[in-house]
Design a protein around this ligand. Structure first.
Ligand code: GLN
Length: 489
């Protein structure tokens, strides 16, 4: 079998057995990127020398472990020494971070080979990767469609066999939604379960890095490498990491109570998506799970609350791009004031979606409107957390389609921000609550032949449960081989 088609677990096993060298594996993926990335555009930067150096260290026996030698595609919102970091924005063009994010440090120590940085919506704001300042990424299933967003680059890289693993970040769905529409697995760990140190901030109370992969087990193996307490992140959880790897190896779900969220169906949901979702639920029931319907009435307000809270935090976080500290500086002719240079730089450096959010967030936080908008949104956030708490009294996990539709055509929603925001209807509640959630493929939609994602949501710190259920879906439906049905690139 071609090296690029192996899972991460198989790749690591073959390297450990010295069947193949880590350098050969890295080279095979670099060759793949050279061959197809002009069409997919998953990568913004490829670090050939850095990747081959790290692979050599694995081959020389300096580093070992369950993922040693496995290549990975890193979303460009995570900083890594030796590589630029743009977060998909012009304003960071030319900036080279002087340090490694905690998760990058951990991945390097585990022998993972970072191939380069992947494309994304600017500052992770978007659901299609079309808001990147560097041009869109294309969905490997159909190059005229988006790979989802904001982390479309990492998911497209994994789906097109440019890398077996990827890192994404999920503020409102940006790991799970791209996973769903590219036929891959994407997991958002419990908020605080994976360090945010070195993650370029969008909305700090929601941002969470996590794994992208082609199999549930691979996602769990990567989760185990990056998770765990970090004193450099004040929101990091200081308790043992849930045993996600054992859970992913066991597809045992008999007796588990699976709650189907009643709010996630109806108008706006593609018929083929609902059909595939229902089939997956029926399969879980046959495997011995108990299916219950649960109602989470405040989920209907999650999108509205999110689009006040996330822009509010973004307006504050993005104030640091002041033309002095990072990257781009425009209009500094020696006579212009610092304020003018800042204004001209921010105008030139930020794209329309980022500006829209900064203005919206500034407005929502302004005196006189704070209570009416931001304050209300925070109350809704509490009600959503209460919905989760009561739902988890009736069910061990909750399930839904990951996205209301399959991959949409490039350009279709670009001029309609609300249509774009609707892609995250089902994913946002878990971010507002802080619990883990994952998307696993559950087949191809009968109406357009494109992948459908099945979302599993679990209580805070019960990440292992979502892996167990996802592994059951994958095993029963054989979706670890779904990508074999993608039209060859
Ligand atoms: N699509 C959502 C947004 O634009 C979520 C983004 C994300 O998770 N980073 O805010």
């Amino acid at each position: 079998m071609e090296l690029i088609r192996l899972s991460a677990a198989e790749t690591a096993a073959r390297i450990a057995a010295r069947d193949v060298s880590a350098v050969e594996v890295a080279q095979a993926h670099l060759d793949r990127i050279d061959a197809i990335d002009d069409r997919v555009h998953a990568f913004l930067h490829v670090d050939r020398d850095g990747a081959l150096d790290q692979a050599r260290r694995v081959d020389e026996g300096e580093i070992s472990g369950p993922l040693a030698g496995v290549p990975l595609a890193l979303k460009d919102v995570i900083v890594a020494r030796g590589m630029p970091a743009t977060a998909g924005s012009r304003i960071l063009e030319g900036w080279h971070p002087p340090y490694d994010a905690t998760i990058v440090e951990r991945m390097r120590a585990a022998g993972i080979v970072v191939l380069g940085k992947t494309n994304m919506d600017e500052f992770a704001m978007g659901s299609s990767t079309e808001h990147s300042a560097y041009g869109p990424t294309h969905n490997p299933w159909d190059l005229s469609r988006t790979p989802g967003g904001s982390g479309g680059g990492s998911s497209a890289a994994v789906a097109s066999y440019e890398a077996p693993l990827g890192i994404g970040t999920d503020t409102g769905g940006s790991i799970r939604q791209p996973a769903a529409v590219t036929g891959t697995v994407g997991a958002k760990p419990t908020y605080g379960g994976v360090s945010r140190y070195g993650l370029i901030a969008f909305s700090s109370s929601l941002d969470q890095a996590g794994p992208c992969a082609r199999t549930v087990l691979d996602a769990a193996l990567l989760h185990a490498v990056i998770a765990g307490h970090d004193p450099r992140d004040s929101t990091s959880i200081d308790s043992p990491v849930p045993d996600v790897v054992s859970a992913a190896r066991s597809a045992e779900i008999s007796g588990l109570r699976i709650g189907v969220v009643t709010q996630f169906k109806g108008d706006g949901y593609q018929a083929g998506v609902l059909a595939k979702f229902d089939e997956a639920v029926a399969t879980l029931e046959k495997m011995g799970a108990e299916i219950v319907e649960v109602s989470c009435p405040h989920f209907d307000y999650a999108l509205a609350a999110y689009y006040l809270i996330a822009p509010s935090e973004a307006s504050s976080n993005l104030a640091r791009y002041d033309a002095m500290r990072y990257g781009l500086r425009v209009g500094d002719d020696g006579t212009a004031s610092a304020e003018d240079v800042m204004a001209v730089t921010r105008d030139a450096g930020f794209g329309d979606e980022v500006k829209r959010r900064v203005i919206l967030g500034t407005y929502a936080l302004s005196a006189g409107y704070y209570d009416a908008y931001y304050g209300q949104a925070q109350k809704v956030r509490t009600l959503i957390a209460q919905d989760f708490a009561s739902a988890f009294g009736q069910a061990d996990v909750l399930v839904s389609p990951t996205t209301p539709t399959t991959a949409f055509p490039l350009g279709e929603r670009l001029d309609d921000p609300l249509a774009m925001y609707l892609a995250d209807l089902c994913t946002i509640p878990s971010n507002l609550y802080g619990g883990p959630a994952l998307s696993v493929p559950c087949g191809l939609s009968p109406d357009d032949g494109l992948p459908v994602g099945f979302q599993v949501m679990a209580p805070v710190q019960a990440d292992e449960r979502m892996y167990r259920v996802a592994a059951a879906v994958e095993a029963a439906l054989g979706t670890d081989r779904l990508l074999e049905q993608a039209p060859a690139l």
